[in-house]
Design a binder for this molecule. Sequence first.
Ligand code: C2E
Ligand code: CA
Ligand code: CA
Ligand code: CA
Length: 275
Amino acid sequence: AKKGGRNRFEVYRDGMLEEEAKKRFLEQDLSEALAADQLELWYQPLYSLPDRTLTGFEALLRWRHPRRGMVSPAEFIPVAESCGLITSIGAWVIDAACRQAAAWPEHIYMSINVSAVQLRSAALVSQLAQTLAKYSLSPKRIEIEITETAMVENSAQIALTLTSLRALGVRIAMDDFGTGYSSLAHLREFKIDRIKIDRSFIAASQSDPGAAAIVRAVVSMARELQIDTTAEGVEQESQLQSLLEFGCGTAQGYLLGRPLDREAADSVARGLIRS
Ligand code: C2E
Ligand code: CA
Ligand code: CA
Ligand code: CA
C-alpha cells in the first residue's frame, strides 16, 4: 500500500510538471509570436434575424505556431493572461481589427474580444481611442466583448473602463452569457448593449425544454431592457427557427458561417461571396 501510495504521488507530480512545462514552453514561444508575425485574426460573420443579412464580424485570434500548427486561443489566451503577454497581444488585436474594419463597408461592425486583464488597465481606453483616430474609424463600428468573469470582480478600475468605453461611443457586449456568475444587476449597472447567449444553451435548446426556456426568457428580458441579443454557436436550422420564434436579433454559428481568414472574410464583407 505504501508503494502504491508513493506511485500515485509520483504520477500526480509528473502530471503537474508536464502541465507546468507545457505552459512554460507556450509562454516562451508566445513571447516571440508577435515579433515573428505568427498571430492572425480570423473573422466570423454575424447575421441579423429574421432577414439573415450580414451586420458584422467577430474577430477571433489564431496562432500559427511554426511546429505545432494552429494553436487554439482557448489554449494560449489563458497563458498570455497569466504571464502578462495579453497586454501587447490585446493591443495588436485591437489595431488589426480596427484596421480591417476601416477597410470594410460602413454598415459592417467589428466585435473585439478583450480579456479581464485588459479591462483592469487604464491603457485600454486610450489605446482604443488612438487606434480609432489612426484609422479614422467611427466608434459606432466597434463592439467590445467582455466576459461575465470581468464583471464579477466589480473593481473600481473595471467600472471606470466600461464607463469610459461607452463615453468613447463603442458598444459593449456581454459574452458567454449564462455561464458565469454575473448578476442581472450588472446588465443595468454597466449599461450593456448586447447579450451573447452562450453556445451551450443553443446546443441544448432542441433536446432540453429547460435550455429553450432560458433562451426565450433571456431574449424577452433583453428586449424589455432594450439590450440586443446574439445567439452563439447556431449549428442547426431547427435552432435558428426557434431563435426566430423567440425574436432573437442576431445569430452566429457554423450554420451561417464559420470563422474565415482575412481574405475570405474580405470577400464576404464586400458582398462578393456569401459565407
Ligand atoms: P468566444 O469569444 O466565445 O468565441 C466563440 C468561439 O466559438 C470561437 O472559438 C468560434 O470559432 C466558436 N464557434 C463559433 N460558432 C460555432 C459553432 O457553431 N459551433 C461551435 N462548436 N463553435 C463555434 P475560438 O475562435 O476557438 O475562440 C475561443 C475563445 O478564445 C473565444 O471564445 C474567446 O473567449 C477567446 N478569444 C478568441 N480571440 C480572442 C482575442 O482576440 N482576445 C481574447 N481576449 N480572447 C479571444
Ligand atoms: Ca466572444
Ligand atoms: Ca462567446
Ligand atoms: Ca466562450
